[in-house]
Write a protein that binds this ligand. Sequence first.
Ligand code: SDX
Length: 370
Amino acid sequence: MKDQTVIPGLDGVIATETDVSYLDVEQEEIVIKGYDLIELSEKITYIELAHLLFEGTLPNKEEEAKFESALKKEYALPDEFLSIYNNLPKDMNAMDALRTGISALGSFDPLLEDRSTSANREKSLRLLAKIPNIVANSYHKLTGATPVEPREDLPFSSNFLYMITGKVPTALEAEIFDQSLMVYSEHEMPNSTFTARVIASTQADIYGAYTGAVASLKGSLHGGANEAVMYLLLEGKTVDGLETLLFEKLKNKERIMGFGHRVYMKKMDPRATLMKKALKRLAKDRGREDLVEMCQRGEDILREEKGLYPNLDYYAAPVYYLLNIPIPLYTPVFFAARAVGLGAHVIEQHDNNRLYRPRVKYTGPRNLHP
Ligand code: SDX
C-alpha cells in the first residue's frame, strides 16, 4: 500500500499547476498572472484586473472600454428573478441568498452546459456582471427596501457600491472600494477556490462551481471573518474596551477573527497592509481616526500575545463600515470581488482537467459480518 501519511487540512499540499496566481510568502508577493497584486491595486482598476484574469493580458484603453461595455450589457437580472426571494425567510443570511441566486441564475444561461473556453469566459463575464446586482438587490428585497437599478453611467465598482448604499460614491470612496475589490479578487488556492475547482473537475458547470464556492466562503474561518471583525470592533466600542475584550477572549482560548492565515502564518498579509493605509485615508476623511487607533491596538495585542498578524479581513471590515456597507454584505462583497479569480480558475480547470479524487487512511474495523 502506498504511503498513507495524512496531511490535515491538506496543509502545504500542492493541488495543481496554475498560471493564475501564486503566494510567494518569502518575497511577500501575491503574483497574479506575473504581476504583483499590491502594485496592481495601486496602479490599475478592478476592471483592468478582471480583463487580465479572464483574457490573460492587461487591456489597452480600447480593450478596456469594450470589456466594460460587454459587462454593462449583462448587468440586468432575468425578469422576475428577484421574485425568488419573495417566499424565502426575511432573515435569510445574505450569503445564503447569494448562493441561492447564483444557483438559480445558471438555469437562465443558454451556455450552461458548454465547458469550452469561450463559453466559460462568456459565463464568467455574465457572473461578474450580475453578482453585484444579486448581492445588493437580494438584500434590499429581504430587508424590505426598494431594489436599486444598476447605473451604466457609473464605473463598474462605483455602480456596485451605489447599488448597495443608494448613494453615488465620492471619488475617495470609489477609489478605496475599487482597491478593496482588487485585493479580494484572487488569492491562489483558498478553500473556496479549491471547492470550485473540485466541483469543476467532475465536468460540472461553472454556476455549480461558484455555488459551492459561496457555501465555502461563508464559513467564519474563511470569508465570514470580515463580518465577525466588525462586530468585534463594535462590541469593543473604544480602544480600552477592545483591549479588555481581546484579553478576555484570549484567556478563554477563543479565536480572534481577522488574525492568522494558513499561508502567511507569522507574517502580515500584504493585502492587510494596503487596506490599513486605505482605512487611514477614509477615517481621516470621516473624522473617525478612533477606529484606526482601535485596530492598531488590536493588532499590537495579537502580535504581542500570540505572534499573530492581521489578514485582509481585519482591515477590510472597518473600511466597509466607513463606506456604509451593511455588515451582512461584507462577505457577499468579498465573494463578488473573488468572482474574477474563480472564473479564471474554472476556465483553467475545464481546459486541462483531472478529476479530484483523493484517498483515505482507514481507521475503522475490518472483516465484520452481519
Ligand atoms: C481568509 O486561504 C486564503 O487565502 C483565505 C483568504 C482569501 O483571500 O481567500 O485569505 C481569506 O479566509 C482569511 C482568513 C480569515 N479567517 C479568520 O480571520 C479566522 C481566524 N483565523 C483563524 O481561524 C486561522 O488563523 C486560520 C483559519 C485563518 C488559519 O488557521 P490554520 O492555518 O488552520 O491554523 P490553526 O488553526 O492550526 O492555528 C495554529 C495556532 C493554534 O494555536 P494552538 O492551538 O496550536 O496553540 O494558532 C492559533 C490556533 O489556536 N490561532 C489563533 C488564530 N489563528 C490561529 N488563535 C487566536 N486567534 C486566531 N485568529
